[in-house]
Ligand binder design. Structure first.
Ligand SMILES: [Fe+2]
Length: 377
């Protein structure tokens, strides 16, 4: 708590500099402070949503001379007489220095074949009975992009109960929940017995499902091993080995499409998604759902070259985690980060039955924040 006390504040034109008792320094703009005034006139006391209209504040707002510091509080009286009182701890949590922004970034653990020796896994009961177990699972999901839930009852519908610990389910054109078995008239290669190369699900949607659950109910057939590839890790390998290919896959949107009797779902997006800071946001990679390229002619051959370079990395054995799911295992993975696949299986050798469903990533992150708050109190 001590490191969150304010030692000095120096106001300078349109900014102020706060020195904390641990020696760290934060800078806040007057406009930012005024915009984030927590008084009940500016921030709705019940909804905690902003009521202040920034257009009522001059863009060239200067720091006033009247600033009172108490160890745990900063009180600013603005030129128009309005009083803003900030909690020191809140200010430190919202410091936007480069160092603070970096330290608050989610720690992602990019993995390769070594992950096989330390698979993120957790027992079903730990999740269902204790908030701490649920939080532990969500932490694994964020850090590694996947986790295996062991000892889940092998009962139809149980996977939806597990997913419901996080959120309502994301329904898609394949339904609220789906079964992965070989079917007589498949509308998707997942419903056959052939091998499925690494892919992400439903890239043909503007918002593909964030997290996929696959619950193994029966695993008697020969073959059918599941595979996972860290899409962010392989994108990073491509960035280092072949920056031109990386840039093209990041910038060139390509069309994805699924169509059957009832649906014609189509969306264009780049293969590798990054935000403005260069952090990975999503990978869309599914040969079966990639529609004929409709891109500038000059980009066609470079695109194929870049796509093949990425595919070589995705298929390199050292980047593939192979798992034989056993009854009771639920493989849960971030569909925007982790590619999944399976080896071919022999449907005549025994039953293979998986049940699956999806939830959104927002729900994972929200539940994690809510649980952290709850367990800290
Ligand atoms: Fe899939």
């Amino acid at each position: 708590m001590e490191s969150r006390s304010i030692t000095t504040v120096i106001a300078n034109d349109n900014k102020c500099q706060i020195t904390w008792s641990d020696g760290q320094v934060s800078h806040f703009h007057a406009l930012w402070l005024r915009d984030n005034c927590p008084c009940p006139e500016c921030l709705h006391p019940q909804t905690r949503e902003r009521v202040l209209d920034i257009m009522d504040v001059p863009q060239d707002l200067m720091m006033p001379t009247t600033i009172k510091i108490e160890a745990q509080n900063l009180a600013i009286t603005w030129q128009d007489g309005h009083l803003s009182e900030f909690n020191a701890s809140w200010l430190k949590d919202h410091c936007y220095s480069e160092h603070a922004l970096q330290s608050r970034k989610e720690k992602l653990n990019f993995w390769n074949e070594d992950i096989a020796r330390s698979i993120p896994e957790i027992d079903y009961d730990a999740i269902m009975q204790e908030d701490s177990g649920l939080l532990q699972w969500l932490d694994m999901m964020v850090e590694y992009g996947f986790a295996i839930v062991r000892n889940t009852p092998t009962i139809h519908g149980e996977v939806c109960k597990l997913a419901a610990k996080i959120s309502f389910l994301k329904e898609t054109n394949f339904g609220r929940e789906f079964e992965v078995i070989s079917k007589a008239n498949p509308n998707n290669v997942a419903y056959t017995a052939i091998s499925l190369k690494s892919h992400s699900d439903l890239p043909n949607w503007e918002l593909p499902p964030g997290v996929q659950f696959l619950h193994c109910l029966k695993s008697e057939a020969t073959g059918g091993e599941s595979t996972l590839v860290d899409g962010f890790a392989v994108a990073e390998i491509l960035r280092l080995e072949n920056p031109e290919a990386f840039e093209l896959l990041k910038s060139q949107a390509i069309p994805f499409r699924f169509h059957d009797e009832e649906w014609d779902l189509s969306h264009e997006a780049p293969t590798i998604g990054c935000n403005a800071s260069g952090d990975y946001t999503d990978i869309r990679y599914h040969a079966a759902l990639t529609a004929p390229l409709q891109i500038p002619s000059d980009n066609v051959l470079p695109f194929y070259q870049a796509y093949r370079a990425l595919t070589n990395i995705i298929r390199a054995p050292e980047n593939i985690l192979e798992l034989k799911l056993m009854p009771g295992d639920v493989m849960v993975f971030n569909n925007k980060r982790v590619l999944h696949g399976r080896a071919a299986f022999d449907p005549t050798s025994g039953d293979r039955r998986l049940e699956g469903c999806y939830v959104d990533n927002d729900a994972i992150l929200s539940k994690r924040r809510v649980l952290r708050r709850k367990l800290q109190d």
